[in-house]
Structure formats: C-alpha cells, structure tokens
Ligand binder design. Sequence first.
Ligand code: SF4
Length: 343
Amino acid sequence: MENCEIPYHIDFSPLKDVRAERIVLQLPDGLKQYAACLSGKIQELTDASVFIDGDSSFGACDLHWPRLAYILRADVIVHIGHTPYPPSLAHEGVEPGGRPRIIYLQARSRHKPPRRLLDEVIGKMREEGWKNIVLTATSQHTHLLREIRDVLVRSGVEAIIPPSKPPYFEEGQVIGCDYHLARRFDADAFLIVAGGVFHALGLYLSTFKPLLQLDPYRGELIDRTREFEKFYGARLYKVSQAMNAKSWGVVVGLKTGQYRPWLVDKLVKLIESRGGTHHVYVMEHVDEQRLRTIDSPIIDAWVITSCPRIPLDDLHRYEKPVLTPGEARMALQGSLEPYLFPW
Ligand code: SF4
C-alpha cells in the first residue's frame, strides 16, 4: 500500500480468494478520504480493476448495487464500515441479472477512550445510584465494549452487552434504525460508544433511559439525557401538529435497503381510514432542498419511510411536520403515547 496512515483497522483477509474483474470500493463519507489508499490495497490483493464509489453511502442500506451491476457491470462490491442491513427491515428488489457479490469489511476505529472517561462513567453511576448499565456501540467501536465492560465490572458496576445477531449485528451493536437488541434490557442507564449525535438520540428514543455517550473521537463522556428529553418534547409537538393533517406526503425510499412497501401500505391504509388523502413520492435522496422542491401547499404533513435520520436529524426544523413512520402512526391514531420509534 502507498504511504497510507489510516486510523481504522480493516481486515482484508476475506478478499484473498476473490476472483473478480471489476470491483467497486464503497465507504461511508467519513472514510472516503482513505479510499485512494484502500483501493490500492484491494487492487494488490485481487488484481481486479477497482472503482471507487464517490457517491454517499449512508449505511448498509445504501449499496447502489443495481446501477453498479447494470451500468458498470461490477462483479463485487467491497463495502467497508457497516454490517449487512437486516433483510427484515427492507425489500431490496428483484434481481433479474443477479446482484454483484457484496463483501462487508469492518473498519475498527483505533481511537480508544482514555481510562479517565471510564472512571467518569463509574463516578456518574455512583452519583446517580444506577446499579446497571447496557453498553452499546456503532459498528466502528464494538470491539471496545468487552474491555469497557471488564473495567466497569471490576469496579462493582453491572454492565451488560446485548448479544450479537450475525451477520447483521455484532455484540452491543446498534444501527440508526434498529435498537431492538439493546432495548430488551431494562437497565438503569445506557451507554453508547459513538461519534455524532444521531445514534445516541435513536437509542434514547428507543429506551427513554438515562443515556451516556462516550465519544472516542472527541475524547468526551457526555450525559445526553436532558438534551434528548427536550428533543423528545419537540418531536411530540410535531406529532400533535400532524394530528390535524388532512393530506399527507409519503416518501418511499429507493435506496437498496430503504424500500419498505409493507410500511408504506400500512401508512397509506391508516391515512385512508382517517379520511385523509396521500401523495406517494419515490426518491433516493431527501434533504431540505429536495423537500422544498417537491413540497406543495396542499400537503399538510410528511412521513419519510426511507430513513429515520432524515426527519430527526436533517429536517426537524422544517415548517411542516416531517415525521418518522412511528410518529406518523401516532399522529394518525391521535395518540402521543407510546412514542413509536422508528417504524
Ligand atoms: S438509520 Fe438510515 S442510514 Fe442508518 S442504516 Fe437505517 S436507514 Fe440506513
């Protein structure tokens, strides 16, 4: 490999026996800066022509395989940074010509939280009188969880790591639209090892328990509980606004893991049963500019069935309610509880 320093450990051994002519390398945006380095390594190992996917790939739900297969004629996609998307959550479409083989490689972050942050966790638990805590992480940090658990347990704290569900979830892993393995535990508090806010927010909205975030990139322990309580209040306000909606815009995702026809069907039937009207939009990418382009005065509220990050993270300040499917169901059923997240 060229002189490449990458703050992630990636095990390339699954590529050793790969026979392919055209390989596409796919990475989340945060790792794209290493793509030029990594493509050299893949080329060396496989002798294939390697193409770097320069478009965004927000998760294993966003593989672009139909156009990579049919336009580029790729045999293999090497997708780095995510575990496979659970098929129970989406319908990936028919495959008349077969899909390229998809090889998932994990990118293990080399950022390690300093010991003082674990002492802060222990101090916080004692201060709050919490007896047990569930440990979770995004895929880049799951390898840290056993070590964190051992430190906490040695200090008398009961720390639990949710089980794995191969190949979709590693031990303790959460994804932004599925927290079911973590929410099974009725602990006093939850901890997530992750950068950014979205995964921590999703975990809070799935559990409503005190939430500590250990951010290995910023080297910080953050108690997110108060901030997320306020955010939850704002979401309920959006849901209550949408209770009066007569006409709904329903966004259907066309990314490979974001097409959820049963969910669209359920929402459409619910809208109809309440005497409302709906307009169904199919699209791959939704952001504020796209929504402003497609928005119409006759639409009162939007529901996004593709990805819960869009309403929560990107569009939560939009003037009209832009809801997750769970929130839309609440609005349509005229009830502010229980809070349904994300579907
Ligand atoms: S939260 Fe959105 S981007 Fe992340 S895996 Fe789920 S659908 Fe994909």
